[in-house]
Write a protein that binds this ligand. Sequence first.
Ligand code: CUA
Length: 178
Amino acid sequence: MSTQEIAWRVSLVLMTLVVFGFAFVAINSGTREEDYAPLQKRAYRVRTRLFWTLVSVFGPVMIYTLVGLPYDASRAGSVAGTVQVVEVKGYQWRWELSRDHVAKDQPVEFRVTSADVNHGFGIYGPDMHLVAETQAMPGYTNVVRYTFREEGTYRILCLEYCGVAHHNMMTEFKVGAL
Ligand code: CUA
């Protein structure tokens, strides 16, 4: 079932509940005032039931949608011993990497800094889509973690104008079996 279908079914359930709510009010609108206390009791019961219905509908929906977020990728480095560390330093106008080959399906931690001015550290996949980025700053190390799922040649481009040869600030590294 697609996410859209699930959203549609949830909306349908909620719309049905709203219709029942209106029907309840409409049916009971003719009741005389001395009957108000028992009606109030019933309304509270309905409200409690509605509350738990909503919790049981939105609880699983919330968990389901959270599972889809890429939290795993950013948490990957917390598993000690499995992370591949790459020291990165930006210069006008080149990148220096402590290694140019990493294994796929294993978290990589890039520790990015700069020897001179601010640079933009951008990793591009074999299809030239940006997969991860951070800023390379002098006197500071930014950490970016990423787990590569596809083998191939990846490129690092500078994403921040840093002088006349900014456009030449490019290097490559390989993702594959070590
Ligand atoms: Cu370094 Cu632009």
